[in-house]
Design a protein around this ligand. Structure first.
Ligand SMILES: [Cu+2]
Length: 131
């Protein structure tokens, strides 16, 4: 019986850890991410290693064609604040650039991209750790 209680306690501890960082996938060099309802998939790539200050990301909407990145926000869960909205532009190759996203403090930031195609808008979320 003791072993069972221990296993349950460990399970709870793991669950708490997973939610402490917001649970979002940490963005690696090139990361494919699904939107909240699975409608969209995007590939997000930091243009340079994530740093404190202004950061640029390249975002490609994988499916479906014609969907656009229409917004991006950065939020720091530990402190409850956001940063100013970045600029979003579409490049000649059809990918999107999220430029000048200012992550002004070291630590964990949660980035939310809004993707829209037709009438349906959905969110894609990922996390970055600013050194
Ligand atoms: Cu902060």
């Amino acid at each position: 019986m003791k072993a069972l209680y221990l296993a349950l306690a460990l399970g709870l501890a793991n669950a708490a850890c997973a939610s402490a960082d917001g649970g979002a996938t940490t963005l690696k060099a090139d990361t494919e991410l699904a939107s909240d309802t699975g409608v969209y998939k995007v590939r997000a790539v930091p243009v340079a290693p994530v740093k404190r200050g202004a950061n640029d990301f390249s975002v490609q909407v994988v499916i479906p064609q014609g969907a656009k990145v229409v917004g991006a926000t950065a939020f720091m869960p530990a402190h409850g604040h956001s940063s100013d909205p970045p600029s979003i532009t579409q490049a000649a190759d059809g990918s999107f650039r999220v430029d000048h996203l200012v992550l002004f403090m070291g630590g964990r930031w949660e980035i939310t991209l809004s993707v829209a195609g037709g009438a349906k808008e959905d969110q894609v979320r990922f996390g970055v750790d600013v050194p």
